[in-house]
Design a protein around this ligand. Structure first.
Ligand code: SAH
Length: 520
């Protein structure tokens, strides 16, 4: 990325295909240029999960139709691209599917070329192939479909486009119509009139690769009726051909436990969340929202005090961490204060759970104690037991707790109860991230009641979510909050959310909890 950042002085545009909706279908190259963008111009078909990857500070310009707002005309879009690039920016023009498949990407390329603005094209996974694939329909199949044809069903001034349907029928390949929902009746009639067997399998595939994916498998004769009954709406694809009958055996997405569920994952800023990956694996559509930002203590006295404690950390035998952010910020602090890592020699480490253990391990340090259940109380109890056992009646070792300001009392209560001596230091505060454009987007999705679940891993992420989005009762009623721990649940519940608590405080357990809930 460094190379990309220095290369551009004049401004440049990348015409990037975002794929059909599933964030996982953005290409590696697409994500690379997106993460280096200074200005992102996107439209309605770009997956919600992808917008979370737009870097902080980049301006976002929405040019598609959504809600009541109006679509920008193509010439307005062209002008925006030219203007943004002329400011010397790296501009990413994000489009659904592939930019050159009915995406008017080539018109934009021509305009850029006229203005001598450098550009690149990053092809995308087109919905014409991917949406059928996610619905179990292969666009070609040996012996059944020797070719496939991608055709526009778009109407011009309300009239269906004139096309050589007889040629399509003669060809015998799979026919894929984009933008064709409103012309479905006309298309099917024309195909039959041009000699296609009226029992030829056909399908309507709505919002493929997203949580809203629906399919209607029928015949050319009945497709329009069946689609109307099912209430199929754009964006949808019409597929016509024998391959549509394979969708039972070649279907796979619908089998996944979280298929059809859209999940909002709240997480601390800066930490990429393993949760999103775990949920996508289970078939969910995931949108991430950074809703709490861990920040090292700033107050001069506090910094000085912490510095002194850490520089004499040899007074303690144990250091205790209760979050991955804590681990990361601790090492950041040592670096900031020029405290040498060798100070930690001989120190033992206790961690609250798997994530914290992994964070520590990334610094080459292996945790000496982790409780079976990842709760503050279990950590306190277990650590106290370990220390008492090791002391064999002598004075137990001393621990330093390095935590967030408003950390849970359960840990210290247990240590006090067991008579363990410890010191507690505030390492960081959890502050609210600045209102972001991503938050605006998420707010719109909440309004549409798009999410089935929202995940919260701490009371501070609940607080962050509420402050950031300021949701009303109706917006809060659209989803179920999936929480780690009682404290988190209480915070969510107090705000008026429906809640469920995972059995264990782990990502896997949260995902399983959603799977069970969704199966009901
Ligand atoms: N460039 C895009 C197509 C743009 S035209 C591509 O390569 O996919 C817009 C049409 O694409 C829609 O009307 C619809 O027919 C189709 N489409 C795009 N995304 C879709 C999706 N997720 N599910 C169903 N159809 C989709």
């Amino acid at each position: 990325m460094r190379r990309m950042k220095t290369e551009i002085k004049k401004g440049k545009v990348w015409l990037v295909g975002a794929g059909p909706g599933d964030a996982g279908l953005l290409t590696l190259r697409g994500r690379e240029v997106l993460e280096a963008a200074q200005s992102v111009v996107y439209d309605a078909l770009v997956g919600d999960g992808i917008l979370g990857w737009i870097p902080e500070g980049a301006s976002q310009i929405y040019v598609g139709k959504r809600g009541g707002s109006h679509t920008k005309s193509q010439s307005e879009i062209n002008q925006i691209l030219v203007e943004e690039a002329s400011k010397g920016r790296r501009v990413v023009r994000l489009k659904g599917g592939d930019p050159f498949v009915f995406g008017r990407g080539s018109e934009e390329a021509q305009v850029l070329s006229e203005h001598k603005i450098p550009f690149e094209v990053v092809p995308g996974v087109t919905s014409a192939v991917a949406v059928p694939a996610y619905c179990g329909i292969p666009v070609t199949h040996r012996g059944i479909a020797p070719s496939f044809h991608v055709i526009t069903g778009h109407r011009k001034n309300g009239e269906p486009a004139e096309m050589d349907y007889a040629a399509m029928v003669r060809e015998g390949g799979t026919l894929i119509f984009l933008m064709g929902v409103t012309s479905a009746e006309h298309i099917c009639q024309e195909l039959i009139r041009s000699g296609m067997d009226k029992d030829t399998p056909a399908a309507l595939l709505e919002r493929g690769t997203t949580a809203g994916q629906r399919k209607v498998i029928s015949t050319v004769e009945r497709l329009w009726e069946d689609g109307k009954k099912a209430g199929i709406k754009p964006p949808a694809i019409i597929a016509v051909g024998e391959v549509c009958s394979l969708s039972d055996t070649c279907g796979w997405l619908e089998e996944k436990p979280l298929f059809g569920q859209k999940v909002l994952v709240t997480r601390p800023r800066r930490r990429s969340s393993g949760m999103a990956g775990r949920l996508r694996e289970a078939g969910a559509e995931v949108v991430e929202l950074p809703s709490a930002e861990p920040k090292l203590v700033q107050d001069k006295e506090e910094v000085q005090d912490l510095r002194e404690t850490v520089s004499q950390i040899g007074r303690f035998q144990w250091a205790v961490f209760t979050s991955p952010s804590g681990v990361e910020l601790f090492f950041e602090f040592m670096k900031q204060e020029k405290l040498d890592l060798r100070l930690l020699m001989g120190l033992r480490f206790a961690v609250i759970g798997e994530g914290t253990r992994r964070a520590l391990q990334s610094y080459g340090l292996f945790a000496d104690y982790m409780p079976e259940r990842y709760y503050a109380r279990d950590l306190g109890k277990g650590l106290a037991e370990t220390l008492l056992e090791e002391a064999q009646g002598k004075r137990p070792e001393t621990a330093l707790l390095l935590r967030a300001r408003k950390a849970s009392d359960a840990l210290t209560e247990e240590l006090l109860k067991a008579g363990i001596s410890f010191e507690e230091k505030t390492l960081y505060d959890t502050v609210l991230p600045d209102a972001s454009l991503q938050a605006e987007r998420v707010k719109e999705l909440l309004k549409k009641q798009d999410f089935s679940f929202v995940t919260f891993t701490s009371a501070s992420t609940v607080e962050g979510f509420l402050n950031l989005l300021n949701p009303d009762a109706e917006e809060l009623s659209g989803f179920t909050a999936v929480c780690i721990g009682e404290e988190t649940r209480r915070a969510a519940s107090a705000a008026g959310m429906k809640t469920i608590v995972s059995d264990k405080p782990s990502m896997d357990s949260m995902a399983e909890c959603m799977e069970r809930f969704a199966a009901r």
